[in-house]
Write a protein that binds this ligand. Structure first.
Ligand SMILES: Nc1ncnc2c1ncn2[C@@H]1O[C@H](COP(=O)(O)OP(=O)(O)OP(=O)(O)O)[C@@H](O)[C@H]1O
Ligand SMILES: [Mg+2]
Length: 380
């Protein structure tokens, strides 16, 4: 006779630990006595821990940098209605302004008594940022489309005016004064045409010519350009790593780093400090935003930091908008161009505060080695 198990075997602690650690949401669990049972990997990332504090540490000590989270957990054993979908700002260990959305649950023991409590949380700041980036991308695309249509509608009549002026000029062959007037019209028409064309350059979506290229030489070149603009006043520190050639448009990427570095030197103290860090990191597990790009396993991350005044929270959202500038001589085109280029490389750009005290721009680019036809179709 074959014995049939009535219920599937209950998974062991290793399975459960693996399950919790893999969850894409932060988890902190404590027992009834207030000893830390677990902070999962995602939780450590959000809370700013390089590694989890040891199990058994009193939770208020382990989470000393996040007093609000400590309070939430402490109240967990007293409250009848536990917080569900609440929000709070994390403490100083995390870079300022990290907001989490959280839910608190009791953990029941075998006897049905409350054996512990757990908080489940998500980094809302990151979610909001990626939503904002998506909205901005849509807006830029809409603006680009509108400008292209407008330019088309304006250029056609301009061309027709120019041709008509030519005809008129011929009819006035014995009237030099009349011809001069016609010439003036033609000149102005040409000027208008140039204005329309150049302003279209600003807003039209960029088309990237992607082929395997080297990051380091173009970064070095950009640093030289920025140095040249601010002779001697700013010191550049570079932390680099090996980066194999990947698919990029080198001229466009040079534009990206030149803009970021020139902004950084303009913002930096006098004499100032600008730091460029290059790092390779594994691609996020879910790279769904860039499905069109196919598979990639690594991102190259370039951070440009300065010791200037930083970017006030109120304007942080607007700096990537076209024509936003706080400089008397600025055109506000730099960062919106940077954003478009990074987008067309399937990358992301983000800004926060640097450890030098000023702004820190982070550019993340997928390192794609394969030449896929899909990419050509999408971005040419
Ligand atoms: N490193 C930085 N530190 C502080 N503020 C910055 C920094 N980089 C950009 N900004 C802010 O973002 C705004 C927009 O930058 P952007 O490069 O788009 O335009 P701009 O530098 O003003 O003009 P330009 O078109 O000449 O580049 C700047 O005016 C400034 O307020
Ligand atoms: Mg600029």
């Amino acid at each position: 006779a074959v014995a049939v198990a009535a219920t599937p075997e209950w998974p062991g602690p290793v399975f459960l630990r693996g399950l919790l650690s893999g969850i894409r949401c932060g988890v902190v669990a404590i027992d009834r006595k207030g000893a830390l049972v677990l902070i999962n990997r995602h939780g450590c990332e959000i809370l700013g821990f390089d590694e989890s504090p040891p199990e058994g540490t009193p939770f208020d000590r382990a989470l000393a940098d996040h007093p609000k989270l400590v309070r939430v957990l402490r109240e967990a054993f007293d409250l009848a209605n536990l917080p569900n979908r609440s929000e709070l700002d994390l403490g100083p260990r995390r870079r300022e302004g990290t907001r989490i959305g959280f839910t608190v649950s009791h953990v029941q023991g075998d006897d049905g008594e409350i054996a512990g409590a757990a908080v489940f949380f998500k980094d809302l700041t990151r979610i909001e940022r990626s939503e904002e980036q998506k909205r901005l991308k849509d807006r830029l695309a809409a603006l680009g489309g509108m400008a292209a249509r407008l330019a088309h509608e304006v250029r056609n009549p301009l061309a027709s005016i120019e041709v008509t002026c030519g005809l008129l000029r011929r009819r006035l062959s014995d009237n030099p004064d009349g011809q001069q007037l016609v010439d003036r019209i033609t000149d102005e028409v040409r000027r208008l045409n140039t204005t329309v064309t150049t302003s279209l350059e600003f807003v039209k979506p960029v088309a990237s010519d992607l082929q395997p290229g080297e990051l380091m030489p173009l970064l070095n070149e950009s640093i030289r350009v920025a140095e040249g603009r601010h002779a001697g006043g700013t010191i550049f520190i570079t932390r680099r790593c090996e980066v194999p050639p990947f698919r990029m448009d080198p001229d466009q990427l040079r534009q990206v780093f030149e803009n970021l570095l020139i902004n950084a030197t303009e913002a930096a103290a006098d004499p100032g400090l600008v730091e460029v860090e290059i790092e390779r990191v594994p691609a996020p597990a879910r790279a769904s935003d860039h499905d069109a790009w196919g598979e990639f396993e690594e991102l190259v991350v370039v951070r440009v930091s300065d010791d200037g005044p930083g970017i006030p929270e109120e304007v942080r959202e607007r700096i990537f908008h076209p024509f936003f500038t706080t400089k008397s001589q600025g055109s506000g085109v730099g960062l919106s161009t940077v954003k478009k280029i990074v987008d067309s490389h399937g990358g992301l750009i983000d800004v926060d505060r640097s450890s030098l005290g000023g702004a820190r721009f982070t550019v993340r680019l997928p390192m794609i080695f394969e030449k896929t036809t899909e990419v050509e179709g999408q971005h040419r």
